[in-house]
Design a protein around this ligand. Structure first.
Ligand code: FNR
Length: 392
């Protein structure tokens, strides 16, 4: 039977039949600069569109009559069993797109038994996110100076996080021309057109932005040592963004010495970097091109996944960028990923219907995985690793 639209689904979510349906709904709802910030890639958007077409270049070779009635998509990673093999990727400034966006993502993820990664550029404190989801992970943009790195690690540990994700693909920010075109900037610059965008999107203005201002004041960056407390309209908010281009593997080794929890390096696309992460003592890596937002033309994670998995067999290799369907998740796992992350669709879901929207999105992806496992003849996710996906 069809379990796609559960009884009691709010009216607004009834037309949302797959993760991709959240995007047009969010486009209507959000002011252009906010939607553009989330949706955009960089330069020609080659990586952004390549992330989708990569999945289309692989096909399934299903098995039949495998007795799949008791199939399960549960996944164990470092001794913790998650309900599904996917989680919510770290995204900055979620609270700009959705009222208390980070908390909506965290609560829905917790409820569904999947991980959510709190962003280092969140407008919500990492402590509050950890409270909403005790098994959430924290993602850091490593600050320039050693003293700041140490202070951040101490704060993250004190908040109770067990897993730290270090994003490594942001020596500088990508060239997001799209931000200029849509009128987004960091810091945000007040302007007539920005005000007009707000007024012409009243549901966002009243339900999200005004509500945030009234209850919590102007959104602040909360999780960087340098920019903590800097409102999004202030130059101080971007004070340390430029100072990361001198970071090297020695900084990762330093973090490894000071961080006792699980350490994950995000933004790897090459075999030598995967090996370097392993040699520095990382517990896992996320193969990612940052959702096509950093180096335009960077290869899609899916295309380099098999060789990276083969090069570091001792490490759980995870991936993100372009995952939209249960079939995408299953293709990535069949190519050797242990876990995947999904970004934009869950933020659109939070914008459209808060925690309920995110939960709906998670449910849809879980249902697609459950159904497609049956059609593939897989009882467990480990069954996928026997050539059930081939390049087309
Ligand atoms: C991101 N991403 C990101 N990554 C990170 O490590 N720290 C961050 O703060 C952010 N911020 C951020 C904001 C927004 C609006 C987006 C869309 C993305 C990248 C993110 O973690 C992930 O790599 C991609 O979003 C995955 O691609 P998809 O699923 O969005 O295609």
């Amino acid at each position: 039977g069809s379990r796609t639209v559960a009884a009691g689904t709010p009216r607004r979510l009834r037309p949302i039949l797959s993760l991709e349906d959240f995007e047009p709904a969010a486009r209507c709802l959000l002011p252009r600069p906010v939607f553009g910030y989330v949706a955009g890639g960089c330069e020609t958007d080659a990586s952004l569109s390549g992330n989708r077409s990569a999945f289309a270049d692989y096909g399934f070779v299903p098995r039949v009559l495998q007795g799949v009635a008791g199939r399960s998509q549960a996944t164990t990673l470092w001794g913790h069993t998650w309900a599904s093999p996917f989680g919510i990727a770290p995204m900055g400034m979620c609270a700009l797109a959705a009222y208390q966006g980070d908390l909506a993502l965290a609560q829905a993820a917790k409820e569904a038994g999947i991980p959510m990664v709190c962003s280092g550029t969140a407008l919500t404190t990492l402590e509050a996110v950890r409270q909403a989801h005790p098994d959430a992970w924290f993602q850091a943009y490593v600050p320039g100076e050693v003293a700041r790195i140490e202070a951040l690690l101490e704060r993250v540990a004190r908040a109770g996080y067990g897993t730290l994700v270090v994003t490594a693909d942001t020596a500088v920010s990508g060239n997001r021309e799209n931000h200029v075109r849509v009128g987004f900037s960091s810091p945000l610059r007040p302007s007539l057109s920005l005000a007009w965008q707000g007024v012409s999107h009243p549901r966002w203005l009243l339900g999200s932005f005004a509500r945030t201002l009234l209850r919590h004041g102007m959104p602040h960056f909360e999780n960087s040592q340098a920019t903590r407390g800097a409102p999004i309209l202030s130059r101080d908010a971007v004070r340390d963004f430029g100072a990361r281009d001198h970071l090297g593997w020695e900084h990762l080794r330093l973090i490894r010495r000071r961080w006792a929890g699980r350490l994950v390096v995000k933004g790897i696309l090459s075999v030598p970097d995967a090996q370097a992460a392993r040699d520095c003592g990382a517990d896992g890596i996320i193969v990612s091109n940052h959702g096509g937002r950093q180096l335009d033309g960077a290869v899609s994670p899916l295309r380099v996944l098999p060789q990276i998995v083969a090069a570091v067999p001792e490490l759980p290799v995870m991936m993100d960028s372009g995952v939209r369907r249960g079939s995408d998740v299953l293709k990535a796992l069949a190519l050797g990923a242990r876990f995947v992350f999904v970004g934009r669709p869950f933020l659109y879901a939070a914008a459209v219907a808060g925690q309920t929207g995110v939960r709906h999105g998670i449910d849809l992806l879980q249902q697609e995985i459950h159904r497609n496992m049956a059609l593939l003849g897989a009882r467990g996710l480990e069954d996928l690793r026997d050539g059930r996906v081939v390049p087309l």
